[in-house]
Ligand binder design. Structure first.
Ligand code: C2E
Ligand code: CA
Ligand code: CA
Ligand code: CA
Length: 277
């Protein structure tokens, strides 16, 4: 879970320890960014609910710390986001994802790849140019890339967000609102946002079969998305009953452990792209 601190923090041996840990982590992250091995991406299948076919993948960052082993993104990305280290990190993630999309293209597969983008990266005014350069260098068509941003990004600075999303879309790149339903901005900004897709947060999907109010919220989000001409994705689908319920609501696509966990690229290809050796 994200560590968030509200208000003033009393100085205590505990917080001193915590900030020492944070500095160590930042030092390790800085070193990790000069290494080509420590950061990798796993890919989670995105499945069309009515046919079961693969419609794309989401790239999820993985950090293999040289002595501490795997550190989950929820632990290190919020720390990266507090510094400008997030920029080289974003560049790294986009580079790996686009090189992977290029590799799949070379073996005859058009696999759209979605990448999560930190607020700070999207709001960086040099971002659209960097993205254009990366697309150019890898020769990946813009429409094979999707940028996922959260509702929280939109709230941080709506007008800059809209401008940045327009620049991204001018490259042919798709845009998606992640964790939909958790940001309270839904109604106000959805109409104005240049986005192609809406991802319903896992917290609503997880118990939609057992909790009528979650079911109602998911149903409303699907209708809202469709009425705005957006594709809708449900995340965190863990069982067949949930997949069925979503299909009945005409939700377009889904992700979750029921279909596939995030895995390294070769595993994803083996399972979904039927790559012959
Ligand atoms: P997210 O974008 O909402 O990604 C979905 C998270 O849910 C992933 O966790 C995924 O492994 C997990 N998940 C997928 N299916 C299921 C399921 O059926 N059940 C459950 N319980 N969980 C499921 P992960 O990989 O730990 O990533 C956590 C978050 O870290 C992501 O949430 C995203 O916000 C952030 N993140 C990951 N990679 C990147 C990155 O490259 N850049 C940025 N800025 N953020 C990233
Ligand atoms: Ca995401
Ligand atoms: Ca999400
Ligand atoms: Ca999330």
């Amino acid at each position: 879970a994200k560590q968030q601190h509200h208000g003033f923090r009393r100085f205590s041996p505990d917080t001193a320890m915590e900030s020492a840990d944070r500095l160590t982590l930042l030092g390790d992250l800085r070193r990790a960014l000069t290494d080509t091995e420590q950061f990798t991406l796993h890919y989670q299948a995105k499945i069309r609910l009515d046919t079961g076919e693969l419609v794309g993948v989401e790239a999820l960052a993985r950090w293999s710390h040289p002595t501490k082993g795997p550190i989950p993104p929820g632990q290190f990305i919020p720390v990266l986001e507090t510094t400008s280290l997030i920029h080289p990190f974003t560049e790294r993630v986009l580079t790996i994802a686009l090189q992977q999309a290029r590799g799949w293209l070379n073996s005859g597969h058009r696999v759209p790849v979605a990448v999560n983008l930190s607020t700070r990266s999207l709001l960086d005014e040099t971002f659209p140019d960097r993205l254009a350069t990366l697309l150019d260098a890898t020769g990946v068509p813009g429409d094979l890339l999707c940028i996922e941003i959260t509702e929280h990004t939109v709230l941080a600075d709506p007008s800059t967000t809209i401008e940045a999303l327009n620049q991204v879309r001018a490259l042919g790149v798709k845009t998606s609102i992640d964790d939909f339903g958790t940001g309270y901005s839904s109604m106000t900004y959805l109409k104005l946002l240049p986005v192609d897709e809406l991802k319903i947060d896992r917290s609503f999907v997880a118990d939609m079969v057992t909790d009528p109010s979650s079911h109602a919220l998911v149903a409303a989000a699907v209708d809202l998305a469709h009425n705005l001409g957006l594709t809708v994705v449900a995340e965190g689908v863990e069982d067949a009953a949930t997949a069925d319920a979503l299909n009945k609501l005409s939700c377009d696509t889904a992700q979750g452990y029921h279909f596939a966990r995030p895995v390294p690229a070769p595993e994803l290809a083996q399972r979904f792209l039927a790559v012959l050796s």
